[in-house]
Design a protein around this ligand. Structure first.
Ligand SMILES: NC(=O)c1ccc[n+]([C@@H]2O[C@H](COP(=O)([O-])OP(=O)(O)OC[C@H]3O[C@@H](n4cnc5c(N)ncnc54)[C@H](OP(=O)(O)O)[C@@H]3O)[C@@H](O)[C@H]2O)c1
Length: 264
């Protein structure tokens, strides 16, 4: 199926690893030109930039001017932006609500909400000038499912889900479709890095990291399909939402969680 993405200019935040890297590969494979932003380039982006029109940009997206700098590189190099994927996000497991300080809250809101606010504010005028575009925000199941150790992450992602609706309402009539995806647990460095969440969960449950990834995490999160997701499975949905095949999809948030969320 032709997704209508050939030669489109796609900006992806948090592109060097995990879901962002899988999306960069998916869009590049459809013939899009990808501006891939992260602090480091890494092996994955280096490989993709040799095979496709992928431009890795080293940028701190947590800095106030970072997102606009990334969008600016797309305009400079390719003359505009058609698609923005607000993917960058960060999580630090907490010891419960009472232990989370103002500084922790500020960090979570900066990384999970303000990165998308700033990238959207920079990209929207450019999209409107071109007559339209698409923005896809990467939220999480925790935007609707309570998880006390992730209280600041969950609340900042819930704000991102809400922002999706508001931007869709304001800019849909002017040709920009804004949507969100909410993944369940996905096997990426966010979980699998040394000392990251898979290690923490393994230590808590008294099992190995491999057992945590293959069974412990999906079981404890009640994932119907019984496994963690793969980054490419999230990328496939994001690619569809950003494509012309999703031309009547706007303002909606789409679960891609292996059945984890049981409510309608
Ligand atoms: N994995 C999951 O289970 C899961 C579930 C639900 C939602 N999500 C969401 O999906 C998105 C991607 O998650 P992931 O699991 O792929 O994460 P990940 O494996 O930790 O990758 C994060 C990406 O963001 C980049 N990044 C982090 N801080 C940055 C900064 N300050 N400036 C620029 N780039 C930065 C990292 O690259 P550098 O280190 O090179 O900067 C990396 O490319 C996040 O928004 C996350 O909340 C993930």
């Amino acid at each position: 199926m032709d997704m209508g993405l050939r030669d489109k200019v796609v900006v992806i935040t948090g592109a060097s690893k995990g879901i962002g890297l899988a999306m960069t590969e998916a869009f590049a494979g459809e013939g899009a030109r990808v501006i891939a932003g992260s602090r480091t380039k890494g092996e994955g982006l280096s490989r993709l930039s040799r095979a496709y029109p992928v431009l890795p940009v080293a940028v701190d997206l947590g800095a106030p001017e970072g997102p606009a700098e990334l969008v600016g590189r797309a305009v400079e190099k390719f003359g505009g932006v058609d698609v923005l994927i607000n993917n960058v996000g960060a999580i630090t497991p907490r010891g419960g609500f009472l232990s989370v300080e103002d500084e922790d809250w500020r960090w979570a809101i900066e990384m999970n909400l303000m990165t998308a606010v700033r990238a959207s504010r920079a990209a929207l005028p450019v999209m409107l000038e071109r007559g339209g575009g698409a923005i896809v925000n990467v939220s999480t199941v925790l935007a609707r499912q309570p998880a006390p150790p992730m209280v600041d992450y969950s609340a900042s992602k819930a704000a991102l889900s809400n922002l999706t609706k508001t931007l869709a309402e304001e800019f849909g009539p002017r040709g920009v479709r804004v949507t969100a995806v909410s993944p369940g647990p996905v096997r990426t460095p966010l979980w699998t890095d040394e000392g990251a969440m898979a290690d923490a969960m393994a230590a808590m449950a008294g099992i190995s990291k491999e057992e945590a990834i293959s069974e412990g995490i999906p079981q404890s999160m009640n994932v119907t399909l019984g496994r963690m997701g793969e980054a490419a499975e999230i990328a496939a949905l994001v690619l569809f939402l950003a494509s012309e095949r999703a031309s009547y999809v706007a303002g909606s948030e789409h679960l891609v969680d292996g059945g984890m969320i049981k409510s309608l």
